[in-house]
Design a protein around this ligand. Structure first.
Ligand code: NA7
Length: 432
């Protein structure tokens, strides 16, 4: 969002006063890894769900910024699935270059936002964590960009209260090294279960069992990795599945997703939605329909990530600057209804990828965000899905071609399965 305004400012536009509140000590959001879980040093909930050995699970060619390529950042081709520290470095390089740190108040938590219909302004009460100093300031617009993968959706299961082994949610999972020689259960069948289960396997778990509620992931898992249906109950460390089978496990990682929760927003401003690609109540996916001075950036579940957030931010910026007109309520309602109609008809992930491509293209067309080959990115994601289906433990060794630069990525010097050092320094070595 700051980068969007800064791009306009650098092109000669007058931009409004900007304040960005950031609870953490540095930028990067999810990519800003913290070893802490639960509460941080100030007693605040730790927002990031990042784990040490996470590598991107989608090709970087799908998320590349249109105005800051990986080539520009690294000065040479790199592989398609960078580890988290490398991706953080890329994000940070771009904002560093655009000089937006000055707008950010780090270690400052927003406590409450309220809207006054008479003054048509928001009051934002925040607290500077190191000093506990409070302040309340007023703003014409508020953009919610605090993400929706911070508050775990943590269901209960019969008997889990006496499970004797390690039990955690994906949100609090920090690394799989401790799972070596363990029998591991992951609950869920989406990206967290897939990736944490794979990490456990990579780090030498004796067995990995994934329990699905609706549909198995269905990959060709290696020996020792299997999928089972839902859980009927736990009995000590024995898991009973609804098909009557049982499995003794040492560790349980609950990968059941996240809640849209915005602790600083009142009921009438807070988005409540399942995790999906078109949450209801947001015009063009970003404008809070009940109060179009409030915006959400990044509220969708996503394939496109960084470049979609960019397209959203550029559009929100243009609405705030008055470059784009805010449609009236009936026009917004009609637009939401049309996109939601398409959304509910989506049959599978490939459909969702194409849908999200159309959504990103729609936003790019409305702004001066650099046009890029969105259909080409859709094709990359569809190829990625096939590559995963063919080789779930090896897909991160595959390479793709950037639609931004035409650069073909290079294979990492070491296969993902064999690479135990996730550091930036190691990544940038030219040989293994
Ligand atoms: P997701 O993608 O929201 O998936 C949540 C998963 O948890 C999904 O498989 C759900 O099964 C499952 N789930 C939810 N509640 C339950 C219960 N009560 N019992 C069993 N299973 C349940 O979250 P992730 O953490 O995997 O991914 C989040 C993001 O991280 C993702 O978008 C990527 O960007 C990375 P369902 O299929 O609904 O039955």
């Amino acid at each position: 969002m700051l980068r969007a305004f800064e791009a306009a400012r650098q092109a000669g536009a007058e931009i409004p006063e900007l304040v960005c509140y950031e609870k953490q000590t540095d930028w990067g959001g999810q990519w800003n890894y913290s070893w802490r879980t639960g509460l941080d040093g100030y007693g605040e909930p730790v927002p990031s769900s990042m784990y040490r050995n996470l590598w991107s699970n989608g090709p970087k060619e799908g998320l590349e910024f249109a105005d800051y390529s990986f080539d520009e950042h690294f000065g040479r081709p790199v592989s398609s699935y960078p580890p988290r520290e490398v991706l953080w470095d890329y994000i940070a390089g771009r904002v560093e270059k655009s000089d937006v740190r000055k707008y950010i108040r780090f270690e400052t938590a927003v406590r409450w936002v309220s809207y006054d219909a008479d003054t048509e302004q928001f009051s934002v009460t925040s607290q500077t964590l190191p000093t506990a100093a409070d302040s309340t300031e007023t703003f014409d617009y508020v953009v919610v960009a605090s993400g929706h993968f911070s508050y775990p959706n943590f269901p209960t299961f019969a008997g889990i209260e006496t499970f004797p082994g390690m039990l955690t949610h994906a949100h609090d999972f920090r690394g799989a090294e401790g799972l070596k020689d363990q029998d591991v259960l992951v609950i869920g069948s989406s990206y967290s279960a897939e990736d944490i289960g794979s990490q456990a396997y990579k780090m030498g778990a004796r067995s990995v069992t994934a329990s699905y509620r609706t549909q198995p992931m269905g990959y060709q898992w290696p020996d020792g990795f299997s999928e089972r249906p839902g859980i009927e109950r736990f009995d000590g460390n024995t898991v009973h599945f609804i098909d009557g089978s049982t499995k003794d496990v040492d560790a349980v990682i609950v990968c059941t997703g996240y809640l849209h929760k915005y602790a600083y927003l009142p009921e009438d401003l807070g988005l409540r939605s399942p995790n999906n690609v078109y949450p209801d109540g947001l015009y063009r996916g970003v404008v809070w329909n009940d109060n179009p001075k409030l915006f959400y950036v990044g509220a969708q579940d996503q394939w496109f990530t960084f470049n979609m957030f960019d397209a959203q931010a550029w559009y929100v910026r243009d609405l705030i600057l008055g470059r784009s007109a805010m449609p009236d309520r009936s026009e917004r309602d009609a637009s939401i209804a049309e996109w939601r109609k398409r959304f509910v008809a989506l049959a599978d992930a490939a459909d969702e990828i194409r849908f999200q491509g159309d959504y990103v293209q729609d936003l790019v067309n409305l702004t001066d965000y650099p046009q890029f080959d969105v259909d080409g990115v859709v094709e990359i994601f569809l190829a990625w899905k096939n590559d995963k289906a063919a080789d779930i433990m090896g897909y991160r060794d595959y390479t793709y071609t950037s639609v931004m630069t035409g650069t073909r990525s290079i294979p990492h010097h070491t296969r993902w399965m064999d690479e135990l050092d996730d550091s930036l320094e190691r990544y940038l070595q030219t040989s293994g």
